[in-house]
Design a protein around this ligand. Structure first.
Ligand SMILES: CC(C)(COP(=O)(O)OP(=O)(O)OC[C@H]1O[C@@H](n2cnc3c(N)ncnc32)[C@H](O)[C@@H]1OP(=O)(O)O)[C@@H](O)C(=O)NCCC(=O)NCCS
Length: 141
């Protein structure tokens, strides 16, 4: 993801999430966070998805993954996550974690196809409705 991509990424973000990140959040990630890696998926010129991770102390953490609703179920999310797992392995991460809403069974199913397993719960993690987050984890070895 480059700074020029942010406008299009915001379209994906607003389409995908109840509490979308704002422009400044992406700018901070790209310009100020040395632990952050962001990928976009594009169909011709159109950005249809993105994924971000932070990597520190051999742990990779997915900050977000989203695909435009009109482009889901076509393997875009799989490509993005595969790309990030490759990147995490290159940087010697030993596992990958994420938080996902308890009600987001679609995303949970998606992560399970990669071998992610529920490893804990963060009570009331989401501030908009106090929903719990599942912590899901994939060990690389
Ligand atoms: C989760 C998300 C990124 C998946 O993207 P996608 O491009 O639709 O996923 P893919 O087409 O690559 O799917 C890969 C596999 O995951 C599983 N999967 C994907 N969506 C699924 C769903 N809605 N229900 C059940 N399984 C699903 C399937 O096994 C699929 O393989 P298949 O197509 O061969 O059956 C997308 O649904 C999304 O953007 N959701 C909204 C944002 C979000 O909730 N992000 C996660 C935040 S924690």
């Amino acid at each position: 993801m480059m700074l020029d991509d942010i406008e299009d990424v915001l379209v994906v973000e607003r389409d995908a999430f109840q509490m979308p990140w704002i422009r400044q959040a992406f700018m901070n990630e790209l310009m100020k966070n040395p632990f952050a890696y962001y990928l976009v998926a594009a169909n011709q010129e159109q950005i249809v998805g993105y994924c971000g991770i932070w990597i520190a102390l051999y742990e990779a953490h997915i900050t977000n993954i989203a695909v435009l609703s009109s482009h889901r179920h076509q393997g875009v999310g799989r490509l993005l996550l595969q790309g990030m797992i490759r990147r995490a392995l290159e940087l010697e991460a030993i596992s990958m974690t994420l938080e996902v809403r308890e009600s987001n069974t679609d995303a949970q199913s998606f992560y399970k196809t990669f071998g992610f397993k529920k490893s804990g719960v963060k009570k009331g993690y989401y501030t908009d409705n106090c929903e719990d987050a599942w912590i899901m984890r994939l060990a690389f070895s």
